[in-house]
Design a protein around this ligand. Structure first.
Ligand code: UDP
Length: 330
């Protein structure tokens, strides 16, 4: 059975991928420091509590298990925080990722799927954004993802590693079976904030109402977390099929403004959601919308939940049934 080391497998996206790996008869081995992940999200997969900075534990893990491929999710992922604390992002997202590659090289693990981000593009000059678009990140988070992508690209002509970088747009939604969902603390993402506002009665801050967009608020491309998970399995299979390194966007090609997301959340929940115009969040580009044709054509990706209402419906089911998230200390 194929063993996949999943760093950050207890996190929001990682845990959905782990569930899909189990369903498809892979053996996921989760390596997570539980700083933002949840033990309960891992369910039946093998689990090691460890930090990527802990080289001894990482090496022990590779010594104990024969790892066939790596999926690397463990990272800090908040744009706003990255602007305030850039070094934390360079250490966790770049230095620790290089440590992981070093260990992979030592143990001859040659297949690597990397969790990258639309944040690598910065302010786009073309919408939808193709993979060939220049990468000029506007915040340290995007910069760290771009730097590590460049590290991976350096292996292009080396026998040591084959990689696929997946540039996600805005991951959202939850496991339709209701077992997994989004639980960050603090929560910074728009959809969970809007949904939780209906339960708590808070107002949703709209970060910037003066962007050059039809309603003045930022436009994003929301993609269901299960569609992301499927894409990871396809990427893995592509690497299993030979030397197929590459970079792929993952989004639905539809842009929704912050106001449109809040309106859709009102429709789905049947509840009013108060919002309040707030200053722009530093580092936020006005529009990010994916061109995902490459993923569809080359890897056969077919999103199962492309429309925003369905994405928000699955998220709402999770938040309504788990108002305290996983309800654990971690
Ligand atoms: N946003 C907002 N209010 C919030 C959280 C987010 O207006 O409380 C905006 C944010 O500025 C961005 C969009 O919603 O334009 C999506 O932000 P999110 O943090 O969900 O994802 P990101 O685009 O940063 O990956």
């Amino acid at each position: 059975m194929f063993t996949i080391l999943v760093t950050g497998g207890a996190g929001y996206i990682g845990s959905h991928v782990v569930k899909e790996l189990l369903r498809q008869a892979y053996r996921p081995l989760v390596y997570d420091n539980l700083q933002s992940g949840h033990r309960r999200a891992v369910k039946d997969a093998l689990f090691i509590e460890g930090d990527l900075a802990d080289q001894t534990k990482l090496r022990q893990t590779f010594e104990t298990y024969t790892v066939d491929a790596i999926m690397h999710f463990a990272a800090d992922c908040q744009v706003g925080e990255s602007v305030k604390e850039p070094l934390k992002y360079y250490k966790n997202n770049v230095v620790n990722s290089i440590r992981l590659l070093e260990t992979a090289e030592e143990f001859h693990v040659k297949k690597f799927v990397f969790s990258s981000s639309a944040a690598v593009y910065g302010e786009p000059s073309e919408i939808p954004i193709p993979e060939e678009h220049p990468c000029l990140p506007t915040n340290p988070y995007g910069e760290t993802k771009w730097i590590f992508e460049r590290v991976l690209q350096s292996f292009q002509y080396s026998e040591k590693l084959d990689y696929i970088s997946l540039r996600y747009f805005n991951a959202a939604g939850a496991d339709p079976e209701g077992e997994l969902g989004e639980d960050h603390s603090p929560e910074t993402h728009l959809i969970p904030i809007a949904l939780m506002a209906t339960l708590r009665g808070d107002a949703v801050p709209i970060f910037g109402t003066d962007y050059d967009t039809p309603d003045g608020t930022c436009i994003r491309d929301y993609i269901h977390v299960v569609d992301l998970a499927q894409a990871h399995i396809l990427a893995l299979k592509k690497l299993e099929g030979g030397r197929n390194s590459g970079v792929y966007n993952l989004g639905n090609g539809n842009g929704y403004s912050v106001r449109e997301v809040i309106e859709t959340a009102k429709k789905v929940t049947g509840k009013n959601i108060h919002s309040v115009g707030s200053p722009r969040r530093p580092g936020d580009p006005a529009r990010l919308v994916a061109g995902s044709e490459k993923m569809k054509e080359k890897l056969g990706w077919v999103p199962g939940y492309p429309d925003l209402e369905t994405i928000i419906e699955t998220a709402w089911r999770w938040h309504r049934n788990h108002p305290e998230g996983y309800g654990d200390a971690r």
